[in-house]
Design a protein around this ligand. Structure first.
Ligand SMILES: NC(=O)c1ccc[n+]([C@@H]2O[C@H](COP(=O)([O-])OP(=O)(O)OC[C@H]3O[C@@H](n4cnc5c(N)ncnc54)[C@H](O)[C@@H]3O)[C@@H](O)[C@H]2O)c1
Ligand SMILES: O=C(O)CC[C@@H](O)C(=O)O
Length: 526
């Protein structure tokens, strides 16, 4: 397998990839989109930082690509929709550069407060000017943190050590998190009105684009200082320039710009403006951390193992993964079983989780069940990444229900598939927590392992049927490994599940279907 590594990702951090003899690591030079389109077809994985743009054209040309790794947090240089449609996992390394970005923010804040870069520049030009560089202290000032995630939280902690008061705006975090941090949660307008320093730590989205615009700047305190080490485009650079020129904004520090690289921005001419070329994550430690994290994820993805930090499929903490991992295989098998049982066009998939499993986030289990169901039916490659999207694109409604009060089993997964021809039902559980079993087919209780070939024969419960089926199977010289019959009432409908060593040919299945009393014949291979 070949992994293309772009953008100067730390060599030291690539050790998890290099230790595998079946993985070839190719260090790529800076490439245009056309050049990347030309070479990407030969790679199974790629790692980028922020310089390489993984556009829809690049994704389209990637014939073997299974995973794209971002050695960092923001994945805005990767077209996630294109990757998801193609079933390519996108992983990031969200934790490794938190401290680097937080410390860079503190450097920017202190640099603004004490005008360090401008004073340094003047002195290097031979001018000893003390008067021009009277600064302000951080102690006692109010810091407004917009986005109290990993980096925002780390900045808030460091600013508290400088005896600043912290107010924060983040509509998606819990009040509890803020309370534990001794951070006051306020509205955006209140933050603008109260903060002496404002620092931004959220992703660039439709909602956050140009959040710091003329209207916002108008609301801010005179003499406010603004720092953005998150993403370019959150601050409207033209509006910022206008308000800095007018003296309303006492200083601003940007590590990120709407267009990067950025070398001819009018802001760069202002003395009270500090700029760094997207250096937030540029520490030796952070670069090793993110490279190691992403390299480990790439290995997991290439091996078909679950990854922790996928941004385009259900995410799983290690704790959740440990709880639900045994059910993932069972769910995929239930989906694959149903794919071979159903007739007609799938309209709805309903998955009911009961028992202890229902206490956990079961979204990943439903996703893998959909993969098991749709992959054998569809031409396109359906995997954990795109299964939900493929279902949605085909107009299949997916309903997930949890019932903590289990039925007869400690844990039970029941899947109902509704088609234009009817409904099929299938339940599975784990015996002793690790032995996957099918325990109900269309209302008939059985006990079948989730492997091998099974002849599933709904029929009318009457003497002779089992013998006739056995004769046809025997005539094909196919060995019968075991058999289960489930029935609800004597003489009513029943189901036979015969474990066989090989699949039966179509003519044998057709012959079975003609036996009096047999309602349907399905060959299921797991
Ligand atoms: N300059 C750099 O080199 C560098 C380095 C690392 C990270 N970053 C960037 O920093 C940003 C933060 O990274 P992180 O690791 O802390 O991410 P995170 O996901 O831990 O935190 C982001 C926070 O933003 C909040 N948020 C989302 N939308 C919001 C909105 N409309 N208003 C207010 N808050 C909102 C979220 O609730 C979340 O708490 C990201 O954009 C990341 O790409 C930049
Ligand atoms: O790779 C970098 O240098 C920047 C990373 C940073 O923007 C991120 O989002 O993690």
């Amino acid at each position: 397998m070949k992994v293309l590594v772009m953008d100067g990702v730390s060599e030291q951090g690539l050790a998890p990839l290099r230790q595998h003899t079946d993985i070839e690591v190719v260090i790529g030079e800076k490439m245009t989109e056309d050049q990347l389109v030309e070479v990407i077809g030969e790679y199974d994985a790629m790692i980028v930082r922020s310089a390489t743009k993984v556009t829809p054209r690049v994704v389209e040309a990637a014939k073997k690509l299974k995973v794209i790794g971002r050695a960092g947090v923001g994945v805005d240089n990767i077209d996630r929709n294109a990757a998801t449609n193609k079933g390519i996992v996108v992983v990031n390394a969200p934790d490794g550069n938190t401290i680097a970005a937080a410390e860079h923010t503190m450097a920017m804040m202190l640099g603004l407060a004490r005008k360090v870069p401008a004073a340094c520049g003047k002195l290097k030009n031979g001018i000893w000017d003390k008067k021009a560089f009277l600064g302000v202290e951080l102690r006692g000032k109010t810091l407004g943190v917009i986005g109290l995630g990993r980096i925002g939280t780390a900045v808030a902690k460091r600013a508290q050590a400088m005896e600043m008061n912290i107010v924060a705006y983040d509509p998606y975090i819990s009040e509890d998190h803020a309370r534990k941090m001794a951070v006051e949660i306020v509205t955006l307008q209140e933050l603008f009105k109260r903060a002496d320093f404002i620092t931004i730590h959220m992703p660039k989205t439709k909602e956050t684009y140009h959040m710091i615009n003329e209207e916002a700047l108008e609301l801010m305190k005179d003499g406010v200082r603004i720092i953005n080490c998150a993403r370019g485009g959150i601050v409207d650079e033209e509006a910022l320039y206008k308000f800095m020129e007018a003296g309303k904004v006492a200083g601003a520090a940007l590590d990120v710009f709407e267009t990067e690289p950025c070398t001819d921005n009018p802001l760069l001419k202002l003395d009270n403006f500090i700029a760094t070329p997207h250096l937030g994550a540029s520490t030796q430690e952070a670069q090793i951390n993110v490279a190691v994290d992403v390299a480990e994820e790439i290995v997991a993805a290439l091996r078909g193992d679950l990854v922790k930090n996928a941004v385009n499929m259900p995410s799983m903490s290690p704790k959740l993964l440990a709880k639900i991992r045994p059910f993932l295989d069972l769910a995929e098998k239930l989906g694959t079983f149903q794919a071979q049982m159903l007739d007609g066009r799938i309209e709805k998939v309903e998955v009911v989780y009961s028992g202890e499993l229902a206490k956990y986030d079961v979204n990943p289990v439903t996703t893998i069940l959909l993969k098991g169901l749709l992959d054998p039916i569809l031409q396109e490659n359906v995997n954990f990444v795109n299964a939900t999207l493929v279902a949605r694109n085909r107009g299949i409604s997916v309903v997930q229900t949890t019932k903590e009060n289990g039925e007869d089993y400690h844990n039970l997964i029941t899947v109902y598939i509704y088609t234009d021809k009817g409904r099929r039902m299938l339940s599975g559980t784990l015996f002793q927590g690790n032995d996957p079993r099918i325990v109900n087919i269309d209302g008939f209780r059985i006990n079948a392992a989730t492997q091998g070939h099974m002849l599933v024969v709904p029929h009318i419960d009457k003497p002779g049927i089992v013998g006739k089926v056995g004769t046809v199977v025997g005539d094909m010289a196919i060995n019968i490994a075991g058999m289960q019959v489930g029935r609800i009432e004597l003489g009513g409908k029943a189901i036979m599940v015969m474990m066989v060593d090989n699949t039966l040919p179509t003519n044998a299945l057709e012959q079975l279907a003609t036996i009096d009393g047999i309602l349907e014949v399905k060959m299921v291979s797991l």
